[in-house]
Design a protein around this ligand. Structure first.
Ligand code: HEM
Ligand SMILES: [Cu+2]
Length: 542
């Protein structure tokens, strides 16, 4: 097949210069976004490999494919890689990096070199993680609970912990960069209440990253120190307290779920308005809900510890506060839904993923309320119910949104369209595969199948086989975009500057954008998402 040539090969960030050096030393936020895209995709498939191993082992009730020790390593490395090396950096580091400066009419982020440094820090920590995997792996779970992690586990805890520690700096620096950029570099006229909701959400995410990440970094560093010297931080035999670890770990790791979900919500707000051809319902509420989530997210960590021996009164308070976090999340879901209501909804691939997100995230959030309920949690704690809950949020939510965003901005990033029919097929496979994988796990958990076991009672087999079958469909659904997106780089139709007929500064520059994004600094005189006052052309993919 012949390559489709771009109409005019204008100067853009991809073709200004060539060669490894021009990429590895770049300070262009768009190129750094692409570097992240490559490294993060790589880590996603490593995490996916372990997921495949887990689902294969669980096809049969007997633990016959691998030893229990190996199985422990499989789910631990799956969790560590997916959470710290895929979910947390994914949307901010790839799409946030690429889009925030363009969306606010700036030439770059406030600290371009720091941005490049963040990518190097990420890469070094990812390589350390891979090193810990190939030299024997980790079996503590992604939560590193002591005393197992500090005393009994004989796996690569120290290297893996240091990898997470170093990775934290990348996250902190990116957050810092986004905060300063949003404050200082907005184009004239781009007031806070005209700011794209994508930027609002990333602002809230960045606040969590800057305030929360130091806590997890120090916590895992303390685990490493305790493991080597046993100085009595978490080890009760020398005066330490293992429950202290849980407080410190979850003080970050609950807000961290919002580091994953707020950027997903950022994508939803952009995609839903564009493909409904309507201004988002309740702009101010959606913007402020991001901030409310960031603040409340820091107050609920001990809902992970209801069975760890905290006092009944503390449990009561944390249970109540957990219910409060659901409110701003529900406001957002409500407002996206109302935005679609009576809109001219079109069913392009990004919107299909958005539908998936809204339904699945809602199920994930509602089951979170079950877990936050003191009467229910002790029964389903550490069962597959919890596994299903957080996969609905992280996979049904964050990964769906990530795919939605990648498809939505792919034409902007590359100047090429992806093949729409394939996009729809993949979105369908992901949705069906996802539900077949994780819906049975709610039932399994309700029936009492514990998480983190490599052999199980034979009455659980049918549901486990369904789940593994779903996982194979899901895997195909994830591999397809990798194939056709790469294909589109060469053979995709030229995208034009604004293929979706969307509003927003990023659609006013060329695709791919020039190195400094705009020829002259834009001046913003309009309100955000003014779709009603736009010529009503229907976007592609209807
Ligand atoms: C918004 C995105 C969310 C994500 C990414 C998420 C993620 C997670 C993860 C990873 C766990 C498992 C922890 C473990 O290893 O034991 C978990 C458990 C839990 N989640 Fe969520 N969650 C989210 C939202 C919520 C919400 C909205 C609530 C409640 C209002 C909630 C309540 C809980 C509770 C109480 C547990 C502990 C369950 C137990 O240990 O028995 N989560 N969540
Ligand atoms: Cu939590």
């Amino acid at each position: 097949m012949a390559t489709v040539a771009l109409p005019i090969e204008q100067e853009n960030y991809l073709n200004t210069n060539y060669g490894w050096k021009s990429w590895l030393l770049t300070t262009d936020h768009k190129r750094i976004g692409i570097l992240y895209l490559i490294s993060i995709t790589f880590m996603f498939f490593i995490g996916g490999f372990f997921a495949t191993m887990i689902r294969l082992e669980l096809l049969t009730p007997a633990g016959d494919m691998m030893t229990s020790d190996t199985y422990n390593k499989m789910f631990s490395m799956h969790g560590i890689v997916m959470v710290f090396f895929f979910l947390i950096p994914s949307i901010p580091a790839v799409l946030g990096n690429f889009l925030i400066p363009i969306m606010i009419g700036a030439k770059d982020l406030a600290f371009p070199k720091l941005n490049l440094l963040s990518w190097y820090i990420y890469s070094v920590s990812a390589l350390m993680m891979i090193y810990s995997i190939v030299t024997g792996g980790v079996d503590t779970g992604w939560t590193f609970y002591p005393p197992f992690s500090t005393t009994y586990s004989n796996s690569q805890v120290v290297v893996a912990g240091l990898a997470v520690f170093i990775n934290g700096f990348s996250s902190i620096l990116t957050g810092l960069n986004f905060i300063v950029t949003t404050h200082r570099m907005r184009a004239p006229g781009l007031t806070w209440n005209r700011l794209p909701l994508f930027v609002w959400s990333h602002y809230a995410t960045s606040v969590i990253q800057v305030l929360g990440t130091p806590v997890i970094a120090i916590t895992v560093a303390l685990v490493a120190i305790e493991r080597v010297w046993h100085i009595g931080i978490f080890d009760p035999r020398v005066g330490g307290d293992p429950v202290l670890f849980q407080h410190m770990f979850w003080f970050y790791s609950h807000p961290a779920v919002y580091i994953m979900i707020l950027p997903s919500m950022a994508i939803m707000s952009e995609v839903v308005t564009c493909f409904s051809r309507k201004r988002i319902f309740g702009y101010n509420f959606v913007a402020l809900a991001s901030i409310a989530i960031a603040v409340l997210g820091f107050l609920v960590w001990a809902h992970h510890m209801f069975v760890a021996g905290i006092s009944a009164y503390a449990a009561l308070v944390f249970s109540l506060l957990s219910y409060f976090v659901a409110v701003p999340s529900a406001i957002k879901v409500f407002n996206w839904t109302v935005t679609m209501y009576k809109g001219q909804v079109s069913y392009a691939t990004p919107m299909l993923y958005a539908f998936g997100f809204i339904g699945l995230f809602t199920i994930g959030g509602m089951t979170g309320l079950f877990l936050a309920c003191l009467g229910i949690d002790p029964h389903v704690h550490d069962t597959y119910f919890v596994v299903a809950h957080f996969h609905f949020i992280m996979v049904g939510g964050a990964v769906m949104a990530y795919l939605s965003g990648i498809h939505f901005w792919w034409p902007k990033m590359t100047g090429r369209m992806y093949p729409e029919a394939w996009g729809k097929i993949a979105a369908g496979l992901v949705f069906v595969g996802f539900n077949l994988t994780f819906l049975p796990q709610f039932v399994l958990g309700y029936l009492g199948m514990p998480r983190r076991y490599h052999a199980y009672a034979s009455e659980f087999q049918v549901l486990n086989v369904l789940s593994s079958a779903g996982a194979s469909i899901l895997a195909i659904g994830y591999l397809l975009p990798l194939v056709y997106l790469l294909w589109s780089l060469r053979y995709g139709k030229p995208a034009g500057n604004n293929p979706w007929n969307a509003v927003g500064l990023e659609w006013m520059t060329t695709s791919p954008p020039p190195t400094y994004n705009f020829d002259e600094t834009p001046v913003v005189t309009w309100e955000a998402y003014d779709y009603e006052n736009m010529p009503q052309e229907v976007p592609v993919g209807r």
